[in-house]
Design a protein. Structure first.
Length: 162
């Protein structure tokens, strides 16, 4: 008895593939990874630029606020309006010295004719350097130490000293 071989496949039948075709697959994955990486770099770059802009604007706002506060205080001292200058002092400075003592101390100080403000320095203390110019041509380097009002959040002068 002999086995009969199976009939040959018909004309429209294709033999099955052992695995799906893989041509072009690596290229598509590489392209999609490249596009994803490019988009990620763009988003992160925009975030870094935005953060830098925010920090710059924040720093400029602090500089401007400190300059205004110190200028108002020094303008009152220059005009010999010691009551007005005392009102601009931070609460800690007002608690440590009465208004009458402050006025007496400042009245005894040498008047200055003009001033120049330096750059705000943030650290343990918030300081604005001040160059006081006197009528006789002399000058003195002082530091305006600032504090922050806990209620308003604004800067206030706490001390003007060396």
């Amino acid at each position: 008895m002999s086995l009969v071989p199976p009939p040959p496949p018909g004309p429209g039948v294709h033999p099955p593939f052992p695995a799906p075709p893989v041509e072009g697959r690596g290229k598509r994955i590489g392209t999609s990874l490249g596009i994803t990486a490019g988009i990620l770099v763009l988003i992160c770059g925009a975030g870094v630029v935005a953060a830098g802009g925010f920090l710059t604007a924040f720093g400029n706002a602090l500089d401007e606020q400190a300059e205004v506060v110190v200028s108002r205080y020094l303008d009152d001292l220059q005009d010999r309006d010691f009551d007005g200058a005392y009102q601009q002092l931070c609460q800690q400075a007002q608690d440590s010295e009465s208004q009458s003592d402050y006025v007496a101390r400042m009245s005894a100080s040498e008047p200055f004719s003009s001033y120049r403000l330096g750059e705000l320095a943030l650290g343990v203390r918030i300081v604005v350097p001040v160059d006081l110019l006197y009528p006789d041509g002399g000058s003195a380097r002082q530091e305006a130490v600032l504090g922050q009002n806990k209620k308003t959040g604004k800067f206030e002068v706490c001390d003007l000293g060396e």
